[in-house]
Design a protein around this ligand. Structure first.
Ligand code: IMP
Length: 178
């Protein structure tokens, strides 16, 4: 999968990820939701695989929706500039909403998402991220459910990319350059 100058070192295996997601799904189901279905937001593109696996472990009525954001232009450093590339197709006013993200790194993307979704008046707004990289935090954000806290490494696979590649790798690996 890797090119001559890029290698991927296994970091979190597929079975380990699957087991943790089953736990996250159980916890989210226990928290529950109000009278209307839980609105589960897939943050594209990175969380598509995590989202697909997680929702199968959420034992609640749900509405599944998609939100596109772009914060990286092929580099491994966050620019801090977040762009909405696809908006929700559902009104979340008075609804219980769960944002599903692949990774929280500096926190800038999640902070932006929380701001724009909170402004729409949801009944509750919670966050589930598969990965959290606290070493590079630039802003404090609310994280209700965290799959794995990871080291300060650039990871790919299981939906995460480097320059739009490696999203289909079935495990999470650390990207090594050169
Ligand atoms: P933040 O705004 O710095 O928290 O970064 C959030 C976004 O940056 C994530 O949704 C990812 O798309 C991307 N990102 C951050 N760290 C990594 C990484 O280690 N691998 C791949 N993408 C990453």
């Amino acid at each position: 999968m890797a090119t001559a100058t890029e290698t991927i070192d296994p970091y979190l295996g597929a079975a380990q990820i699957a087991a943790r997601i089953a736990e996250l799904g159980r916890t989210i189901s226990e928290v529950g939701a109000g009278p209307a279905p839980l609105v589960v937001v897939c943050v594209l593109k990175g969380s598509f695989m995590f989202f697909a696996d997680l929702v199968r472990h959420i034992d609640l009525p749900t509405n599944l929706v998609f939100l596109g954001v772009s914060s990286y232009g092929g580099a491994t450093e966050s620019s801090g500039a977040v762009r909405l590339t696809h908006d929700l197709t559902l009104d979340i006013r008075d609804r219980d909403v769960l944002i599903v993200e692949d990774i929280v790194d500096t926190g800038l993307t999640m902070s932006y998402l929380l701001d724009i979704l909170r402004a729409r008046g949801p009944r509750s707004l919670r966050v589930c991220t598969l990965l959290h990289k606290p070493a590079r935090k630039r802003i404090d954000v609310q994280l209700d459910h965290v799959g794995f806290t990871i080291d300060d490494v650039f990871v790919v696979g299981y939906g995460l990319d480097y320059d739009e590649r490696y999203r289909n790798v079935p495990y999470i690996g650390v990207m090594r350059f050169g």
